[in-house]
Structures are given as structure tokens and as C-alpha cells.
Write a protein that binds this ligand. Structure first.
Ligand SMILES: Cc1cc2nc3c(=O)[nH]c(=O)nc-3n(C[C@H](O)[C@H](O)[C@H](O)COP(=O)(O)OP(=O)(O)OC[C@H]3O[C@@H](n4cnc5c(N)ncnc54)[C@H](O)[C@@H]3O)c2cc1C
Length: 386
């Protein structure tokens, strides 16, 4: 019997974890390397997390790849827009799965572990020798570690190191255009929204009460400030999204409380004080990145780009995680299509080349679509490319 092909997955985020599971389920020996510790060891979820809303496409990919139970995931039914002067709009929404990003990654990682994936946390990719198919990782206080692969999956996010190494390699044709969103975000955890929204709610529907599975939004157009409150188990995960520098600027001002009281006029004073306290304790993270690579896979080198590394998108339209999960489904379908060549020299090359055919055009079209999302094109910073 021939030995199992070795897939090295760089990145233990959502797309890395799901790729690892899909490949392990299809006969690969999978070694996953993630630079941070396992998400279950992180003390405060707001240090690393934000809310993800998964639409039917992302949910479908998870289901088809055998991931069913998502920790603290809630299916949302309504969106409530809180507008000043107490006019509120409650709209029926499609049943998206609302989940904190670290809980989604945690749930998929657990499935990958069950599928037999070898997990290596706190390992950072440093270099790749594409000719000899060797990836080099470093671990704090340890010698660096060289790992041979048959397939390298770069799921290391929109600022992918693997992608950068591909660009730098003169024997590989890859150009990448990157645009950063000049938005930032910061999250706080609050009691359930039923306990923090105080005024009589005047929703423009005939419903007598607001269902628990509701996402609430507050927006201030003048400062481009959006506040999203999503169900988070029996609590609320509130995400503030605004142009870079806004939050730190506001936090320094004495009238930050006043700003919050105008924006969140129907939120209790106690909850607003808690929001200020949590915001002051943490720091905002910068938003997301649009990535347009000239290719998402390199058959001869047996390397492919996955998720945000392949097609980073602005987070405002809530599409990139859905697209990332769909890309993993394409990888699984490409692997299934090559079943007859398992064990032959062409097996991995064929998988990469079918993956590119199945995915490239749709993924890049989705990046184009999100480019004009929340914040407007005036808030974009071109990093490189033209
Ligand atoms: C505020 C915000 C809200 C969002 N909301 C939505 C939403 O509602 N719906 C939606 O579809 N999408 C949303 N997204 C986007 C979604 O989070 C991403 O598309 C998704 O996380 C991409 O997953 P990924 O695994 O490809 O990349 P990532 O989640 O970035 O994971 C990459 C992983 O690689 C690791 N890594 C990086 N470099 C190295 C290295 N050198 N060595 C080893 N490991 C490395 C990182 O630590 C990380 O764990 C949102 C994003 C943000 C920022």
C-alpha cells in the first residue's frame, strides 16, 4: 500500500481547520500549523473575536463537509434597525447563523481533530522551499522545524506569508493586488439585549414583541459609525465598526459618554457604562483586506491559496467567511474528482488545477462585489499593486 500523501495546512482559522478536516476525510495525512494557541485557551473572547453571520452558502459548505454542531451559534430571524428619534424598523431576515468567530473556528477545529488531523499550535510559518516542498516553522523557545509536504494549503489569512513567499520566488508567476479597509472594530460582551434596551420599542411590524433571535444595529452616518449587537449564547456580542482612529480618538475625549448616549439612546445607562469600560480596556483591531491574486493555485508546485489568503474581502458585507467555506468545498470536490489518480504522480497536481478551475472566477468576482461595501471607497488604502 502506498503511504498517505501529506498535506501541510498553514493557519488554523476557519478555512484552515475545514480544509484540514476535508483532506483528512479524503485520505491525506494532515498536519495543521497555527501561530496562536488553541482558541479554547483564550481567556477573553473579545481579545480575538467578532461576530460572523453565515448565510446559506457557508452553512451548506459546513453541512456537506460534515460539520453540524457550532458552539453558541444562533440562527437569526430578524434585523432591528434603531434609528434616532425612536423610529425603529424590524425586518424579517434570512436565517443566518450568527456566531463568534473564535467559536466557529473552535467547532471546526474539533471536527478536524476527530478526523485525525495533527494539530500544531503556536507554530509560525517562516519560510517555504517551493522547489523541495519543505515548509519551515518556528515555535517560541524551540529550534525551527522543517516539514515536508505533498500539498501545501495556505490558509494563513489575508496577509498570508505563504502568498508573500510565492510572490518573492522568481520561478513562480504570481502578482497580488491588495487594498486595506481603513475601518476598525472592537467588541464588547453584554447581557442579553432584552436586558439592555430600555425604551418602549416602536417597531414597524405587527409583532407584539421582538423575537430573541434578532440582530440589532445602530448607525451614525455622519461619523460612519456602526454598532451591531448579535445573539451570543444568552448574551450579546456588540461590535463597533468605524473609520480607523475613531475609537481611540473618542475614548480620549470626555464626551465619549455623550456620544454613546446619542448613538445608543435606547440602551440603558448601565449598559453604556459597561460598553465604555470594556472599550477602554481593549484596543481596536483594524478591519479587513481585499486581495486579488493572479492565481489561487500552483499545480506544478503543489500549493494552493485558501480562504482570505486567496480572496480576502471587506468584512462589511459579511461574505468572506461564506466564500472561504465554499472554497474549501471546491477543494473537497476537486479531491473527489481525482479519486482515480490516488497514488500516482499527477494526483496532487490535478487536485490543485481542478480547484483553480472550480473556484478562481467566482472568488475574484466576490472580492470585486465587496469592494464597495460599508465605509465607501474613500476609506480604502492601496497597499500594493495598481
Ligand atoms: C469584524 C469582522 C467581521 C466579519 N464578519 C463576517 C461575516 O459576518 N460574514 C462573513 O462571511 N465573514 C465575515 N468576516 C470575515 C471572516 O472573518 C473571514 O473571511 C474568515 O475569518 C477567513 O477565514 P480564514 O481562515 O481564511 O482566515 P483567518 O480567519 O484570518 O485565519 C488565518 C489563520 O492563520 C493564522 N496564521 C497567519 N499567519 C500565520 C503564519 N505565518 N503561521 C501560522 N499561522 C498563521 C492566523 O493566526 C489565523 O488563525 C468578518 C471579518 C471581520 C474582521
Amino acid at each position: 500500500m502506498t503511504a498517505k500523501p501529506v498535506a501541510v495546512v498553514v493557519g488554523g482559522g476557519i478555512s484552515g481547520a475545514l480544509s484540514a478536516k476535508a483532506l483528512a476525510d479524503r485520505g491525506f495525512h494532515v498536519r495543521l500549523f497555527e501561530k496562536y494557541p488553541h482558541p479554547s485557551t483564550v481567556f477573553s473572547p473579545t481579545d480575538i473575536s467578532y461576530n460572523i453571520s453565515l448565510g446559506p452558502r457557508g452553512q451548506d459548505a459546513l453541512r456537506k463537509l460534515g460539520v453540524s454542531k457550532i458552539k453558541k451559534g444562533v440562527f437569526t430571524k430578524y434585523i432591528a434597525r434603531h434609528v434616532k428619534q425612536s423610529v425603529k424598523v424590524l425586518q424579517r431576515a434570512r436565517p443566518d447563523l450568527s456566531v463568534a468567530s473564535h467559536n466557529l473556528a473552535f467547532s471546526i477545529l474539533r471536527n478536524a481533530e476527530d478526523a485525525g488531523v495533527e494539530m500544531n499550535f503556536e507554530h509560525t510559518l517562516k519560510d517555504v522551499d517551493f522547489d523541495n516542498k519543505v515548509a519551515e516553522f518556528s515555535k517560541i523557545y524551540n529550534e525551527s522545524m522543517k516539514v515536508k509536504y505533498d500539498l501545501l494549503v495556505a490558509a494563513d489569512g489575508s496577509k498570508s506569508t505563504v502568498r508573500q513567499k510565492l510572490v518573492e520566488d522568481s520561478s513562480i508567476e504570481l502578482k497580488v493586488h491588495v487594498v486595506e479597509d481603513a475601518m476598525e472594530y472592537q467588541c464588547v460582551i453584554l447581557p442579553h439585549w432584552r436586558d439592555i434596551i430600555c425604551h418602549q420599542v416602536l417597531y414597524t411590524t405587527k409583532l407584539k414583541s421582538v423575537p430573541p433571535e434578532t440582530v440589532h444595529t445602530w448607525a451614525d452616518k455622519a461619523s460612519n459609525f456602526l454598532c451591531l449587537s448579535s445573539p451570543f449564547g444568552d448574551k450579546t456580542l456588540m461590535t463597533m465598526i468605524c473609520p480607523v482612529g475613531t475609537l481611540d480618538g473618542l475614548k480620549k475625549k470626555e464626551n465619549f459618554g455623550l456620544f454613546l448616549s446619542i448613538l445608543l439612546e435606547d440602551v440603558t445607562e448601565q449598559a453604556r457604562a459597561e460598553i465604555s469600560r470594556q472599550l477602554a480596556r481593549g484596543t481596536p483591531s483594524t478591519g479587513s483586506t481585499c486581495v486579488w491574486p493572479s492565481s489561487i493555485g500552483f499545480p506544478a508546485h503543489q500549493v494552493l491559496l485558501m480562504g482570505d489568503a486567496a480572496h480576502g474581502m471587506f468584512s462589511s458585507l459579511g461574505q468572506s467567511c461564506n466564500a472561504a467555506l465554499e472554497s474549501v468545498l471546491c477543494l473537497a470536490n476537486a479531491t473527489d474528482a481525482c479519486e482515480e489518480s490516488v497514488g500516482t504522480k499527477k494526483y496532487i497536481e490535478q487536485i490543485v488545477s481542478i480547484y483553480v478551475d472550480l473556484r478562481k472566477d467566482d472568488a475574484i468576482a466576490a472580492v470585486d462585489l465587496t469592494y464597495n461595501g460599508f465605509g465607501g471607497t474613500n476609506n480604502r488604502i492601496i497597499v500594493h499593486g495598481s
